[in-house]
Design a binder for this molecule. Structure first.
Ligand code: PHE
Length: 388
């Protein structure tokens, strides 16, 4: 069963001021509103991804609507849940485009699901912005190497993330032997594993064990036992928070004491209850730090905490930026015409977001620094910033 969440932002204001339609949307239906479709994992294995993203985006849309909306119209967001299943994405994104008449789409977090959504958007020629999918082939066609004209993202990509974490492991932490445990089900994980490995070896390091799992597995003891016998100084786990938390706990209970290293996939508050003490000291690459004193970051963090009673993760910050950049592009385009929005997105330069200064390059990626954070007492603490 699919859950449909239709959030009419500032509904009262919208209806009172312009009597906008509640059904349909897009330019055709209610002239008083602009419909943006959002798809995400609001339930299932990676449920925190969808929730954290929708929350981050909601703050942006509320700010935008409170300031008068876009092109003088209120923005209405229609959010759909794909239950953390890649195979659900096609139907959902088609529904957002065809039924809800969304002029643009926001989503997803997991790269595999963004790729599935992007295929639909490219076919329909509707712009899509992924807040936080980092696999290289989200915006670029793997087969042709050509940029996908309607697909954009506001985050860095895994070739950079993998390289940075390999340098962090080798250079900062002085590790020469690392083991890898990755998720064969996720394009994100297989890609990040590859880039980490390439760079770590190039630096003279050795990968002493490589083990894999399938996202959602619950027993990692066989793989962890092989890793234990390989005597590495650290374990790189390019997976998602839900599996990472379980892996960390099982590793500690088997007596593994190595430091864990991870990518942005760990970056969700859902990690802490799962990982408990086992993840203490883990270092991961992330999209921002809530401790950054920059006023854009602090405004976002304050609003998020007030509303959701939680410190926003990197992925919430990315969703906030994605929503803002999309609305900014529609405003600059001067129209909700998909080609005009796509051109404006491609022309995004120096947008001041919560995750840094965002410029979209020719491959529709954002070029920006990586923040390394560590897990300390149930929160992500700032370690260092690494520039592209
Ligand atoms: N970058 C991950 C991917 O591409 C998704 C992710 C981003 C997960 C941020 C957590 C936080 O699949």
């Amino acid at each position: 069963m699919r859950t449909t969440l239709v959030r009419v932002l500032l509904a009262g204001l919208c209806v009172a001021a312009i009597g906008c339609s509640k059904k349909g949307g897009g330019e055709g239906a209610g002239a008083g509103e602009i419909v943006i479709g959002e798809y995400g994992s609001l339930s299932g294995e990676n449920a925190a991804f969808g929730t954290s993203s929708a929350n981050g985006a909601a703050i942006a849309f509320d700010e935008i609507n409170a300031a008068g909306g876009v092109l003088g119209k209120k923005v209405r967001v229609v959010t759909e849940d794909n239950q953390s299943k890649t195979e659900q994405v096609t139907t959902i994104v088609k529904k957002l485009i065809n039924q809800d008449k969304a002029v643009a789409i926001l989503g997803e977090v997991a790269s595999s699901r963004s790729m599935a959504g992007s295929a639909v958007c490219e076919e329909a020629q509707i712009p899509m912005v992924s807040p936080s999918s980092t696999n290289q082939y989200v915006t670029v066609d793997k087969r042709t190497g050509l940029v996908k004209p309607y697909t954009f993202r506001v985050c860095f990509i895994d070739p950079f993330q993998g390289t940075v974490m390999a340098r962090f492991a080798h250079g900062n932490q002085k590790y020469t032997k690392v083991a890898i445990l990755y998720d064969v089900k996720q394009d994100y994980s297989t890609g990040l594993k590859q880039y980490f490995e390439e760079e770590f070896k190039k630096l003279g390091g050795e990968i002493v064990a490589t083990e894999s799992y399938t996202g959602g597995d619950t027993d990692f003891r066989a793989q962890l036992t092989s890793i234990k016998n390989a005597n590495s100084a650290a374990i790189f786990i390019p997976g998602y928070y839900n599996d990472a938390g379980n892996i960390a706990r099982q590793a500690r209970s088997l007596g593994l004491t190595q430091q864990f290293l991870g990518g942005d996939g760990w970056s969700d508050p859902g990690l802490f209850p799962l990982g408990g003490d086992a993840i203490e000291g883990t270092c991961i690459s992330d999209h921002y730090s809530a401790e950054n004193p920059d006023p854009v970051v602090q405004n976002f963090v304050t609003q998020y905490k007030q509303r959701f009673n939680q410190v926003p993760s990197g992925l919430s910050a990315c969703a906030y930026d994605a929503a803002k950049i999309l609305c900014d592009a529609i405003q600059r385009a001067g129209s909700t015409q998909p080609n005009a929005i796509a051109s404006a997105l491609a022309a995004t330069q120096n947008f001041k977001g919560a995750t840094g200064n965002i410029s979209i390059n020719e491959l529709h990626n954002a070029v920006k620094p990586i923040t390394v954070v560590t897990c300390a007492n149930g929160a992500f603490k700032y370690v260092t910033t690494i520039n592209p």
